[in-house]
Design a protein around this ligand. Structure first.
Ligand code: ADP
Ligand code: GN1
Ligand code: MG
Length: 368
């Protein structure tokens, strides 16, 4: 058995029945995810098991406390809204406990594992196919922020400065100066692309420092495959991947939706001519997000949503480029140039977003 096998830890969770199958699942870049099937009284029951990447998430216990705070608060909202129908248990993640009562368990190698109930009859999309899917996913992420607007506690920052773009830029400069893998010579155009936009990197954090933008509880990893879309209703039923739920700006979430949702090609394609911003998807994301988050966003926050798409796309591109220069130590990769390919798609998308700036601003102004 590999040291990354949920069978090494499953007996520590209080889960009825017997484990009958465990397969790797999903396309995430950080944790190891498995779909695990149990048999309970002759009926199958599915769970997700995840090995938390503790070289990235250095405080897994605190992270799981965030996880519980978020899921309990959302469950409370669902009950409050009297939306108690058969779907209630599908609308937020239900964390399984260990026999010690913890929301995680450790295997013999010290790996941190968690488990939650698999939400059936729903799926995620790595590439958004229709404006309707975009609308529903964005409405779910906006609803997530809205539900957490009155969370009584400030969540722990599981990765400090996660969306601090100027700090990401500094990290890129350090990686380029150190050039530990001798890769800098291959990325001159990409470095020029970033440095030509350096002044814009601090726009949001500067406004926050001046008190003009307000910290909220945000998800911070709103890749559109982090919301489950119901097979029957087509609605965004459950927001998942809560590792980075923590204090942030609403723009980080909207920006990452634009980054991950508007591009019709994959994040790591080499066919850059296929990468661009689909305006109809942008519009659907904006309308969907405002349908639920519009309740609490002030006019300044709203007006900065188009900029957020550009900034977060640039930021993730900077992170891929940094990881390429550092020798692929952060994101999972499958080929030597994987991070560079990812960086290039992000920068191509940034260009396309820039070209659409006027139309995006006009649209956001027109939505009341
Ligand atoms: P990662 O950090 O690796 O992205 P996620 O938590 O996003 O991990 O899970 C990976 C994939 O597993 C998701 O994109 C989704 O398709 C699926 N998934 C995760 N949790 C559930 C769940 N509770 N029910 C159904 N599918 C899930
Ligand atoms: C990572 O874990 P996953 O694959 O959902 C990363 C995000 C990036 C994304 C790029 C904790 O997300 O910040 O936007 O890859 N998560 C972390 O695809 O760094
Ligand atoms: Mg994910």
């Amino acid at each position: 058995m590999s040291d990354r096998d949920p069978r090494n830890v499953s007996s520590q969770f209080v889960i009825p029945g017997k484990l009958v199958d465990a397969i790797p699942y999903g396309t995430g870049h950080i944790n190891d995810t498995f779909l695990v099937t149990y048999e309970n009284n002759g009926a199958p029951a599915k769970y997700i098991f995840q090995r938390i990447n503790t070289s990235i998430f250095k405080q897994p216990e605190a992270l799981m406390q965030n996880f519980l705070a978020v899921t309990k608060h959302i469950a409370g909202k669902i009950a409050e809204e009297k939306k108690l129908h058969p779907d209630t248990r599908r609308r937020t993640l239900e964390v399984m406990r260990s026999s010690a009562g913890e929301p995680f368990a450790r295997d013999a190698e010290g790996n941190f594992w968690r488990s939650y109930v698999f939400v059936d009859e729903a799926r995620t999309f790595d590439i958004i196919e229709t404006p309707e899917q975009a609308y529903q996913a964005a409405a779910a992420f906006g609803g997530f922020q809205n539900d957490l607007a009155d969370l009584p506690t400030r969540l722990v920052e599981t990765i400090p400065d996660f969306h601090n773009t100027p700090k990401r830029l500094e990290a890129l400069k350090r990686a380029a100066d150190a050039d530990v893998k001798g890769r800098k010579k291959d990325v001159a155009p990409e470095l020029d692309f970033v440095f030509a936009r350096a002044a814009e990197c601090s726009k949001l954090v500067d406004l926050q420092a001046k008190g003009e933008l307000i910290e909220r509880t945000t998800h911070n990893d709103t890749k559109l495959n982090n919301v489950l879309i119901d097979d029957v209703t087509g609605k965004g039923i459950c927001v998942i991947d809560l590792d980075t739920a923590m204090p942030g700006l609403p723009h980080y979430d909207f920006g990452d939706m634009v980054r991950s949702g508007t591009n019709p090609a994959s994040e790591d394609t080499k066919e850059l001519d296929k990468v661009f911003m689909r305006f109809d998807i942008f519009e659907a994301l904006l309308r969907g997000f405002l349908s639920t988050a519009g309740k609490f966003l002030n006019p300044l926050e709203k007006s900065l949503l188009p900029f957020a798409g550009k900034l977060i796309t640039l930021e993730i591109g900077i992170r891929f480029l940094t990881d390429y220069l550092e020798g692929d130590v952060y994101f999972k990769t499958k080929r030597p140039e994987h991070n560079l390919d990812r960086c290039r798609t992000q920068f191509k998308l940034v260009k396309s977003i820039e070209e659409n700036n006027d139309a995006m601003m006009k649209l956001v102004d027109s939505i009341r």
